[in-house]
Design a protein around this ligand. Structure first.
Ligand SMILES: NC(=O)c1ccc[n+]([C@@H]2O[C@H](COP(=O)([O-])OP(=O)(O)OC[C@H]3O[C@@H](n4cnc5c(N)ncnc54)[C@H](OP(=O)(O)O)[C@@H]3O)[C@@H](O)[C@H]2O)c1
Length: 216
């Protein structure tokens, strides 16, 4: 299966994405967009984002990156992966049309060469004390891609702390990026042929034996 690979991220005016392993804002409408967009698909996240969320996301196949191979026992819904190559191989084998990189900063950077689209929520705010950023290099790169605005929201007390707009950026070399992902996945599987048998199927219902699932 040759899915698209999209990084989905919310940034402030300077690229800030996090503060003390949390989002620096409360924007419910963007959370709803995130949930709608990723539901039923595969999500890739770093271990710190997994900690921040408090577990895996319901209704999605979760791939959690860590160097710790025994961090938690993998289930069909929430799979521990130990490298970018393994993540690409596992994601490639899931029967769904799209895979999303959902953060955080280190994970966006690692997958940047392979991503063929960014969905970026641009928050009209300067987050104080931010300590996690979407790199300047990534922001400069997608700025050159084909851009379109998906939605624009005003601030709304009790709902959306700040105004924001959601942009899509599509890579001009998406086909090459897909081929590169496939080549890396195949190299990984050639070295570890048993891995293909361990790949999760597309999520139908959430496996309740998995970890806590956060509500977005
Ligand atoms: N605004 C947004 O859209 C958004 C979205 C998501 C997250 N965030 C924010 O981003 C921040 C977290 O970002 P972060 O950069 O600190 O952490 P992260 O990317 O979430 O997680 C980093 C961890 O992932 C694992 N990892 C990454 N690459 C790996 C590789 N190639 N092989 C094996 N393991 C790998 C490592 O885990 P181990 O240490 O276990 O080895 C690493 O420490 C938080 O503030 C969070 O709230 C913001």
């Amino acid at each position: 299966m040759h899915q698209n690979l999209t990084s989905i991220v919310a940034i402030d005016r300077h690229g800030a994405i996090g503060c003390q392993n949390r989002l620096p804002w409360s924007i419910k409408s963007d959370m709803a967009f995130f949930r709608r967009t990723t539901m039923g698909h595969t999500v890739i996240m770093g271990r710190k984002t997994h900690d921040s969320i408090g577990g895996c996301l319901k209704g999605r196949t979760n791939l959690v990156l860590s160097h710790n191979a025994v961090l938690f026992p993998s289930t069909e819904a929430c799979r521990l992966v130990n490298s970018v190559a393994e993540t690409l191989a596992v994601a490639d084998a899931v029967n769904c049309t799209e895979t999303f990189v959902i953060g955080g900063a280190a994970t966006y950077a690692e997958f940047a060469p392979f991503v063929d689209r960014y969905l970026v929520t641009m928050v009209s705010h300067d987050a104080p004390d931010a300590d996690a950023f979407l790199s300047q290099q990534i922001r400069a790169e997608y700025s050159q891609w084909t851009a379109s605005q998906i939605a624009e929201f005003p601030a709304k007390p009790g709902q959306d702390e700040f105004a924001f707009r959601i942009m899509s950026f599509v890579a001009p070399d998406a086909d090459e990026r897909r081929e590169m992902r496939k080549a890396i996945a195949n190299q990984f599987l050639a070295k570890r042929p048993n891995q293909a048998n361990k790949t999760p199927k597309r999520r139908g219902s959430f496996d309740t034996s998995s970890q806590i699932a956060f509500s977005f």
